[in-house]
Design a protein around this ligand. Structure first.
Ligand SMILES: Cc1cc2nc3c(=O)[nH]c(=O)nc-3n(C[C@H](O)[C@H](O)[C@H](O)COP(=O)(O)OP(=O)(O)OC[C@H]3O[C@@H](n4cnc5c(N)ncnc54)[C@H](O)[C@@H]3O)c2cc1C
Length: 402
C-alpha cells in the first residue's frame, strides 16, 4: 500500500523517520528536506520544551491536540532523538535543543533516518489533488496513492515552501479555519521614539483582550519604531494574533520592574529622590532603566527630563509608578507577516480524528503538523506537535496492516 506524504518539512520528516515498514514517498517542492527546520530556533532548533501541557497550544477546537501530545510527549521526543544519536540540552526557560546547537544536525539525522523508510521526490510542486481518484498532480506527473498524508505546513515563512497552496487546492473538500500569522511582532498605537529603537529590557508583558486578562510573560522585550517585539511578545503572540484575527481589542501592559511590587518600587524611588534632591529625575532613573528609554517613559508620564528630584510631586510619582508597572501599548496590527514563525488556523480539526489524525471526510487522508489548525507557543511546541501528530498517523496507518 503506497503512502504519499505531501511535504518534506518537519512533520513529513517526522512521519518518514518514524514510519518503519511502510512504503512511503515524500514529495516536496523544495530541492531539499526540512528547509524551514534549518531556520528554527535561530538556526539552533528548539525542538521541544521541558514545560509541557495544553496551555501551550492553540486551536479553534481547543482540546484537539491533547491526545496526540499525551501519547507522544516531550520526553518521548527527547528519547527518540537520543536513540537517533541526537543528544539534547536545555535552557533555564525549558527550551530544549540538540547539544550541537545546530538545526542542521537535526535535519540531517532525520533525513538519514527517513531515507531508511522512504524515497524523496524533490523539486516537485503539487498543483492539484484528486481525492476521489487518489492522485497528486504536478505540472508533469501524476502520483497514485493509497494513503495520503498531508504535511504541507501552514502559511508562515512562505519562502521555505509552506505558502498555503494546499489549503487553496483542497478548501472546497476539507474545511479550512481562517489563517493568520503568529509568533511575530506587532505595531502598537503608542510608540517609543527613535532613540529607544532596538532597546532590549527584561520586562513583564500582560495581555488583555477586550479588557480581560489573558496571559503574561517575563522575558526579553524590545522597543521598535513600529511597536514591540522580543521573546516576551512571542510568548503571548498566538493569543494576540487570535484576538486581531477575530477583530477583538488587544492591549499589553508593560511592567519595567517585574521584580518590584509597585509599593517597593515607590519606596526605592522615593528614597533615591530624597537622597539626591538636586538631581534631575532622568539622572535618578539612570541606574534603574536603560538610558535610551528614560525620556520616553518620562514623556508618557508628563514629567520633564530635567525636573529636579525635590520638585517631583506626589501626582508625578503616582503617574510615573503607574507607567513603570503598567504602561499600556494598544496592539494595532501584525508588523511582520513574512517572518512569522507559525500560522494560526488551517485544516479544521473538527473534521480530523484526534487520536489518529485521519480525516473524517476521506478515510485514506491524514493531516499532520502545521497544516492542521493547531499552533504551539514559542519555545519548541510546534516541532513537538509535528512529531506528536506524525506518530499518531504512523501508528494508525501501521494498524491498517499496509
Ligand atoms: C523562523 C522560524 C523559526 C522557528 N523556530 C521554531 C523553533 O525553534 N521551535 C519550534 O517548535 N518551531 C519553530 N518554528 C515553527 C516550525 O518550524 C513549524 O511549525 C514546523 O516547521 C511545521 O512543520 P510542518 O512540516 O508542518 O511544515 P513545514 O516545515 O513548513 O513543511 C511543509 C513542507 O511542505 C512543502 N509544500 C507545501 N506545499 C507544497 C506543494 N503544493 N507541493 C509540494 N510541497 C509543498 C513545503 O515546501 C515544506 O517543505 C519556527 C518557524 C520559523 C518560520
Amino acid at each position: 500500500m503506497k503512502v504519499f506524504v505531501l511535504g518534506g518539512g518537519v512533520a513529513g520528516l517526522a512521519f518518514a523517520s518514524l514510519g518503519r515498514d511502510l512504503d512511503i514517498s515524500v514529495i516536496d517542492k523544495n530541492k531539499e528536506a526540512g528547509r524551514k527546520l534549518l531556520a528554527t530556533g535561530n538556526g539552533r532548533c528548539n525542538f521541544t520544551n521541558q514545560n509541557f501541557g495544553m496551555d501551550f497550544y492553540q486551536s479553534d477546537n481547543k482540546n484537539f491536540p491533547k491526545k496526540a501530545l499525551e501519547a507522544f510527549t516531550n520526553r518521548d521526543l527527547i528519547d527518540y532523538f537520543y536513540r537517533l544519536g541526537i543528544d539534547s540540552t536545555y535552557l533555564p526557560s525549558g527550551r530544549t535543543y540538540p547539544t550541537t546547537m545546530s538545526a542542521k544536525t537535526v535535519r540531517d539525522i532525520l533525513y538519514l533516518e527517513a531515507n531508511k523508510n522512504a524515497s524523496f521526490i524533490f523539486d516537485e510542486e503539487i498543483k492539484d489533488i484528486d481525492l476521489r481518484k487518489k492522485l497528486l498532480i504536478s505540472e508533469n506527473n501524476k502520483y497514485k496513492y493509497d494513503i495520503l498524508v498531508i504535511a504541507s505546513g501552514g502559511i508562515s515563512l512562505p519562502k521555505s515552501g509552506s505558502d498555503g497552496s494546499v489549503f487553496k487546492i483542497l478548501r472546497e473538500e476539507i474545511p479550512v479555519r481562517k489563517l493568520t500569522y503568529a509568533i511575530t511582532n506587532y505595531k502598537t498605537k503608542e510608540k517609543f521614539s527613535k532613540k529607544a529603537k532596538g532597546t532590549k529590557i527584561t520586562g513583564k508583558v500582560s495581555l488583555f483582550v477586550d479588557n480581560k486578562f489573558i496571559k503574561a510573560s517575563i522575558d526579553d522585550l524590545i522597543f521598535q519604531d513600529y511597536g514591540l517585539t522580543g521573546t516576551s511578545i512571542f510568548n503571548i503572540s498566538n493569543e494576540i494574533s487570535l484576538a486581531l484575527r477575530d477583530r477583538k481589542k488587544a492591549h499589553v501592559l508593560v511592567d519595567f520592574f517585574p521584580n518590584y511590587s509597585k509599593k517597593d518600587l515607590g519606596k526605592r524611588l522615593g528614597d533615591l529622590l530624597e537622597r539626591n534632591p538636586n538631581r534631575k529625575i532622568s539622572e535618578i532613573l539612570l541606574g534603574l532603566l536603560n538610558e535610551r528609554i528614560i525620556s520616553d517613559i518620562l514623556k508618557r508620564s508628563s514629567i520633564a527630563d530635567d525636573k529636579k528630584a525635590n520638585k517631583i510631586s506626589n501626582g508625578d510619582m503616582d503617574t510615573l509608578l503607574r507607567n513603570l508597572k503598567t504602561m499600556k501599548f494598544t496592539i494595532e496590527d501584525i508588523h511582520d507577516k513574512t517572518n512569522a514563525q507559525v500560522s494560526l488556523g488551517g485544516f479544521d480539526t473538527k473534521f480530523v480524528d484526534k487520536t489518529t489524525m485521519k480525516s473524517k471526510i476521506y478515510d485514506d487522508v491524514y493531516i499532520i503538523g502545521e497544516a492542521l489548525d493547531v499552533a504551539g507557543s514559542c519555545g519548541g511546541y510546534n516541532i513537538q506537535w509535528a512529531f506528536s501528530s506524525a506518530i499518531a498517523a504512523v501508528k494508525s496507518i501501521r494498524s491498517l496492516n499496509v
